[in-house]
Design a binder for this molecule. Sequence first.
Ligand code: EPZ
Length: 431
Amino acid sequence: MERYIVKGGAPLVGEVGISGAKNAALPILAASILTDETVTIDNLPDVRDVNVLIDAIAELGANITRTGRHTVKINCSNITSICADNEYIKRMRASYYLLGSLLGKYKRAEVSIPGGCNLGTRAIDQHIKGFKLLGAKVGIDYGKIIAGAEELVGRHIFFDMVSVGATINIMLAATLAKGTTIMENVAKEPHIVDVANMLNSMGANIKGAGTDVIRIKGVEKLHGTEYSVIPDQIEAGTFMCAAAVTKGDILVKNVIPKHLEAITAKLYEIGCSVEEYDDAVRVIGLGKLNGTQIKTLVYPGFPTDMQPQMTVTLATAKGTSTVIESIFDNRFKYADELTRMGANIKVEGGNIAVVEGVETLKGAEVNALDLRAGAALVLAGLGADGYTIVDDIHYIQRGYEDFPQKLTKLGGNIAVVQNDRDIKKFKFKTA
Ligand code: EPZ
């Protein structure tokens, strides 16, 4: 079983290039199903979830060629199946985007009930509500969501709660529906705008993505396109926190600073220096940081996917900090792992963490319990005294391209190890 071993203490210094956004790439790949013409997608992150979805779309009968590590050409004119339920699809949350695109184009879809990181209940009632309002019948049978419609007709949809997935899924299904769909109480994350921009580049008529109301005028058909995925806001934020945790100095390149504003503001507030450039931000971790209050919110608030990384940063900041998780009902499972490293963190009622800053964390053996918690534990190890071993790193490999390589290039001591012999070799090399 692959694990990361990390030796803490080295400040991370240098430049890092951010990859394409996983959470934009996944729906953009699914959107390629909506046309029979060829779609070229560039700046895809080479991460497990993206590669699994590419394989799943190929399994439906699509013709996919990888023309580079980060580029695919997809032609879905020969899709022969509307059923996606293989082993991997079951484990990935974003497989539900296949529902929106298959239903949108073929008026039928069968997709395994989505898996994904265990962050508490991850219902899909808003997705189902939207599909039904567009005219589809939706049922659950033998672990699959089955949706079908004679035709899809535009409707006025007011979501009961803001959902990134449901906003995107209904946008996918409504693009080829008859008439106009108005969606309210929608998510406004950068990846929502990216998906809408890509669909419009295929001839869709979508207005208002990134605002509270999205208007979609159904069109007859969509044509091919060439599209490049936006940079990953959360990967960028993770490296920004790495500079804070290790008291380093990192220029985070290939980013859209506007997407990082909530993260930049918080790092500045706790005492980091943050300089913004056109497509880069530079974060300098200046010594002892101050505690603060964090509340995760929908965009443009502080992103829930940065909550573990920020909590790790606050674990050695001065004073008492509180972190309120308002999006997911169980996203502090990693607190016990942090406690093993000497953090003083108490989770109240499942969604409030009270963090008393300690002098420093100590290396320990910990488990990556989900994608972002795993990345946060690596940051904790980089800032801790001694050696940390992070297990279950397959979670991290779902969403971070070349994570250990990028950290090593910044001066971090991290390696993938398979067994005790590898661990001994790493310790000897880094002693
Ligand atoms: C997307 O998940 C992201 N995943 C998540 O990133 C991210 O944390 C989340 O958006 C919020 O930004 C992908 O894009 C693949 P939601 P999603 O629908 O779509 C509840 C990562 O680390 N809800 O906005 O599942 C739900 O239970 C991952 O990259 C319903 O109740 O997020 C959750 O509590 C982790 N009913 C909250 O809303 C629904 O129908 C937010 O969910 C849908 C959601």
